[in-house]
Design a protein around this ligand. Structure first.
Ligand code: NAG
Ligand code: NAG
Ligand code: NAG
Ligand code: NAG
Ligand code: NAG
Length: 191
């Protein structure tokens, strides 16, 4: 937020309130060697609430699954944005490996929405009513469009199990104060 924009908004009496996110696309590609009966879609729950739902049947147990996670931000095209990590999902699930802030956040989210919480991952796997909340990204994200790429591998890099691509937009909520008050109680949120 530029100072100019903030001044302008103060002048015309619009206040920048909290931010919110909205999922706007979801793409899943899975390898027929590993997965079957795959569904992957967005469910619109309300004006600004969209849930992601993913279901699949795993054909063979996943014992050593790893993920490469990358975030892109849209400028005039999607460009790499801060996060680019790879880690062993099984090691993290079994707490065998040190995890950092992003991985911990992801695990918290995963355990809330998904049954993929313990290796080997097998049978029917799902992530249901997954909401990408702004709070999850608050620390480092500004308004704009983002693409979250998840590349899943079993054992080694070339053995692709599947990819999930989530598109999210972060909006700034603007509100117009209901009443002008002469006591000049400024409540413009600093950004
Ligand atoms: C996942 O993405 C990688 C990198 O683009 C690609 O090599 C791989 O084939 C994809 N996997 C599937 C199952 O589509
Ligand atoms: C996929 O669905 C079909 C029909 O419900 C079922 O027979 C099959 O076992 C499923 N595949 C796997 C890998 O579970
Ligand atoms: C698990 O996969 C990693 C690569 O992602 C590999 O280095 C390691 O040897 C594998 N472990 C086992 C037990 O197969
Ligand atoms: C403006 O604010 C003052 C103090 O907060 C309050 O006493 C007054 O009633 C308010 N006036 C209006 C028009 O809301
Ligand atoms: C100014 O606004 C804040 C938040 O709305 C309120 O808590 C505070 O009492 C107000 N101060 C005055 C002087 O009205």
């Amino acid at each position: 937020m530029t100072t100019f924009k903030l001044l302008l908004m103060t002048f015309i009496g619009i206040i920048a309130a909290d931010k919110y996110t909205k999922l706007y696309n979801l793409v899943c590609d899975t390898s027929p060697k590993w997965a079957e009966n795959v569904t992957c879609d967005l469910k619109v729950m309300g004006r600004n609430v969209v849930f992601a739902n993913m279901e699949m049947d795993v054909k063979r147990p996943l014992n050593n699954i790893s993920v490469h996670f990358q975030i892109f931000k849209f400028y005039n095209q999607f460009r790499p944005f801060i996060v680019d990590v790879s880690f062993s999902v099984c090691d993290v699930l079994s707490k065998k490996s040190e995890s950092n802030f992003y991985i911990n956040s992801m695990l918290r989210i995963l355990s809330k929405f998904s049954n993929a919480v313990k290796c080997p991952l097998n049978g029917h796997l799902y992530a249901r009513n997954l909401e990408i909340k702004y709070q999850y990204f608050k620390v480092f994200m500004e308004e704009g469009k983002y693409r979250l790429n998840f590349y899943f591998f079993e054992g080694y890099r070339l053995n692709s199990v599947g990819n999930a691509t989530i598109y999210v937009e972060i909006f700034q909520k603007y509100i117009r104060p209901t009443k002008k008050n002469n006591s000049d109680n400024k409540s413009v949120v600093a950004i």
